[in-house]
Design a protein around this ligand. Structure first.
Ligand code: WAQ
Ligand code: MG
Length: 272
């Protein structure tokens, strides 16, 4: 049997050179036409306005995508930014990230400069990415149609029907497969999307409602890094194709205490 080819399909739309929307996935040949249609429609109808340029990339992957499972997902019961900040310190410091680094990350994320990619920060708060203005873009990730259907069902059960959660979960699941990444904090750059998340192998993907107030335009991602070759990490994040083919549980709303108690469970109870 010949090896099944996979394609990375990526879309990016802009208006007067300003970014409007983007999307990407990994598909086999039969899925390409449909997803190109979907991405094109999405770009043409985006709420930020009509694009004047839509770029589509369809690239045959030379490597077979690595199959991984998604991070388990839950939502923290936060109601305002101050509570999220407190929770972020508790969660991230419990996995070995210093308060200085957390402080530095939150400061940079809320300063108002929106980067295209993520910051890489060591656990002391020192920035490691070679291009401090652009950051590092994670690309070449996707989900199989079967896993996608299961994820949609699970998210719907948890009352989550938007593609934003799904896309962020897919990205984070790729990022946190790499052992050098300890944790991540993310704030959407959409002024109307006020839920962010913290992700880590230790706790999975924790949604953080009200990480910012409505109307605030800033956003960004910080990956906290420990040990190892940053160059190799960047190569993985940008180039290695990763496909989610298994879905870990998606849960409802939990308290900080419930979340913090889980870490020890996970560590003793699973190999991941
Ligand atoms: N790789 C690295 N960084 C990225 C990427 C990428 N592919 N895409 C976006 N970023 C950075 C960039 O600095 C953006 O400004 C920032 O992240 C936020 O991107 O479960 O929508 O696309 O409800 O606005 C979180 C969902 C949504 C929480 C995050 O991010 C939930 C979101 P956005
Ligand atoms: Mg956005």
């Amino acid at each position: 049997m010949s090896k099944r080819l996979h394609y990375s399909v990526r879309m990016r739309s802009s208006r007067k050179d300003a970014h409007i929307s983007g999307a990407e996935g990994i598909y086999d040949k039969d899925g390409i036409v449909e997803v190109v249609k979907e991405y094109t429609e999405r770009a043409l109808m985006h709420e930020k306005g009509r694009a004047d340029e839509i770029r589509l990339t369809i690239e045959e992957l030379k490597e077979t995508p690595r199959k991984i499972s998604s991070l388990p997902l839950c939502t923290l019961n936060t109601k305002k930014p101050e509570a999220v900040r407190k929770a972020a310190f508790k969660i991230l410091s419990s996995i070995g990230i210093t308060e200085r680094a957390i402080e530095e990350a939150l400061h940079s994320l809320t300063m108002g400069i929106t980067m295209r990619g993520a910051m890489l920060m060591d656990i002391e708060g020192v920035r490691l990415e070679p291009d401090l203005l652009r950051g590092v873009r994670v690309t070449r990730m996707g989900i199989t149609p079967n896993a996608d259907a299961i994820l949609s069902k699970q998210l719907a059960k948890a009352g989550l029907r938007n593609s934003t959660v799904k896309e962020a979960l897919i990205l984070a699941s790729k990022v946190h497969k790499y052992p050098m990444v300890l944790g991540e904090i993310c704030i959407s750059d959409d002024p109307n999307y006020t839920t962010g998340y913290i992700a880590s192998r230790a706790y999975g993907y924790i949604r953080l409602p009200h990480i910012k107030r409505r109307g605030e335009p800033y956003g960004g991602r910080t990956f906290f890094i420990t040990g190892g070759e940053v160059k190799e990490l960047i190569k993985y994040l940008q180039m290695t194709p990763v496909l989610i083919d298994k879905i870990k549980p998606c849960e409802g709303i939990l308290t900080l205490k419930e979340i913090l108690e889980r870490k020890s469970h996970r560590k003793s109870g699973s190999r991941e």
